[in-house]
Design a protein around this ligand. Structure first.
Ligand SMILES: *Cc1c(COP(=O)(O)O)cnc(C)c1O
Length: 352
């Protein structure tokens, strides 16, 4: 088996790097594309369903694909510090890759809306973490202003290199599947990833690597659905904090991706998200964070509504690992039972 060297080395021909670009990598990418037969059974057994498990990246989310590019390019231009606003995963990835590069990271997260795992990652990698008494959209406005006026590189997905790195997710799906799927389902927050995947599919198609193009189907949480509702949401609400965004940075490009691919965007409620979250963990053995489960919830909703032709091949991006958000996991599952250290007491609990 050939060793994997991270998404830049593997897909160099498709990325804006040169021999002079210092590559900062944690050997991200090469995440498994896992068939989901139980999910197919629970929805429509005629569907071919695959899960692109992006939670298995080095910092536990797809953000690593974009961050290897953003940090490498920042280093190439001599930057010594990066800054971002984040619902958690961007800050975790920025902190890790900045540590790897030996530069500083400043991250701003909305107070009370960041999952515990993500916050601990940014902290342990040595980033300066600021918790803003406001939401993500406000934090992004602030860091954009700072990056315009000070010697620090913005590594949110408005940084064009982020999406360049993230498009490698689509390349991998094609390489693993031997074709492009009929439909690609993905959660939508800032809408960068749906834009990046569509760009990746188009580039692979243009290069003759695949003959097909998928339809892109995005899912927003019902309480944070600006694109679906076609207006900014001032106070977005959802248990899926990674997609708790009221004014997506890549709104326009995401609309284009949907139009070009003849796809669409839909919404799922928190209740549907949490049901899908438990189903994925219990039936498929895959623990992903709530924002990722939005995609599974969307799948269940749309299969029921007959939106996919029988026999279709569907790929779902599961964006982040479940361990990112242990609080939601414990709240969503039955609590551990405390027992005295005696065999009879344990047996009584087990019903054996
Ligand atoms: C960032 C993120 C999203 C949303 O991706 P966008 O590119 O902002 O649309 C979804 N899920 C997880 C786990 C994320 O970290």
């Amino acid at each position: 088996m050939k060793a994997w060297h991270g998404v830049i080395e593997e897909y160099r021909d498709f990325l804006p790097v040169t021999d002079k670009t210092p590559i900062v990598t944690l050997f991200e990418g090469n995440t498994p594309l896992v068939p989901a037969p139980r999910l197919a059974e629970a929805t429509d057994a005629r569907m071919q369903i695959y899960l692109k498990c992006e939670g298995f990246n080095p910092t536990g989310s797809f953000k690593d694909r974009g961050m290897t590019m953003a940090i490498s390019k920042a280093l190439e231009t001599g930057s010594r510090a990066v800054i971002c606003a984040s619902t958690g995963n961007t800050s975790a990835a920025a902190a890790a890759f900045a540590a790897r590069a030996g530069i500083r990271a400043f991250v701003m997260v909305p107070k009370g809306s960041v999952a515990l795992g993500k916050l601990s990652q940014a902290a342990i990698h040595g980033a300066k973490v600021l918790m803003v008494e406001g939401n993500f959209d406000q934090a992004l406005t602030i860091v954009r202003q700072i990056a315009e006026r000070h010697p620090v590189t913005l590594v949110n997905s408005v940084n064009p290199f982020r999406l360049e790195g993230q498009k490698t997710g689509a390349f991998e799906v094609c390489d693993q599947l031997g074709r492009a799927p009929d439909y690609h389902l993905i959660p939508v927050g800032n809408a960068g990833n749906i834009t990046a995947y569509w760009r990746g599919y188009r580039e692979y198609h243009r290069a003759g690597r695949v003959k097909e193009l998928p339809r892109m189907v995005g899912f927003q949480a019902a309480g944070a659905a600006p694109i679906y509702e076609n207006h900014v949401i001032e106070e977005p609400r959802t248990v899926a904090t990674a997609i708790k965004i009221g004014n997506p940075a890549s709104w326009g490009p995401a609309l284009e991706a949907m139009k070009d691919s003849r796809g669409w965007i839909d919404i799922v409620t928190d209740e549907e998200i949490l049901r899908a979250y438990r189903l994925l963990a219990r039936e498929e053995g895959i623990f992903m964070e709530p924002a990722s489960a939005a995609t599974v919830a969307g799948l269940i909703k749309l299969v029921k509504a007959g939106r996919f032709e029988p026999g279709s091949t569907l790929v779902l991006t599961l964006t982040g690992h479940g361990l990112k958000d242990p609080d939601t996991a414990l709240e969503s599952a039955s609590r551990p039972t405390t027992v005295p250290p005696r065999v009879d007491a344990v047996l009584a609990q087990l019903g054996l």
